[in-house]
Design a protein around this ligand. Sequence first.
Ligand SMILES: C[S@@+](CC[C@H](N)C(=O)[O-])C[C@H]1O[C@@H](n2cnc3c(N)ncnc32)[C@H](O)[C@@H]1O
Length: 203
Amino acid sequence: MNKKKHWDNAHAARQVCELSWYEQLPAVSLRMIKNSAVTTDTPLIDAGGGASLLVDYLLEEGYRDITVLDLSGVALDKARRRLGERASGVKWMEQDITCFEAERKYGLWHDRALFHFLTLKSDRTKYIETLTKSLHPGGQFVLSAFALDGPVKCSGLDVVRYDADRLQGELGEGFTLLEQEQVLHQTPAQKEQLFGFYRFIKH
Ligand SMILES: C[S@@+](CC[C@H](N)C(=O)[O-])C[C@H]1O[C@@H](n2cnc3c(N)ncnc32)[C@H](O)[C@@H]1O
């Protein structure tokens, strides 16, 4: 099955709050975005945002230039329906991140649990090239991925697990780590998954 079909099916099969990665309050992402001190008119992108509630909270906090990118149109439709009229204030991009050519620069790029699905080195290289091109100098990258002691699979797919050193190795010298935090995520099925959250700055 191709990737898009896989993710459309995964999002269609369950309600948003039943997905293993669901967070009622994306507290660590919000805190790291706040810590980045980006202004509310800074362009932000949530790569692999799916139907996450992060965009709802960012809108509530007054961020005005938000893009949500995801391969799954089903996920984006769910987010748009939930937001109702507020959805028109968000840019929605149904795209594979490994084919994404950003037409503008962002001040902050957020990714919770997309990058770790890129098991091919060539896909990770493409992602990091696009990330690097798309971020302004001084732009920030907030990433969350399964930690080294986290699960080896999610949604039936293999993942690559990370710690700060491995991520730094992927990103290279153009990025500096500013903060990190480990979080034990409780899935709706009451399983525990260890995530790492990282905030990098691009030079
Ligand atoms: C585990 S979910 C996380 C969703 C969201 N970030 C959250 O925290 O709730 C991973 C998301 O990445 C999306 N995705 C997977 N591979 C992708 C790709 N190559 N390009 C864009 N999105 C992708 C999936 O459709 C899914 O919505």
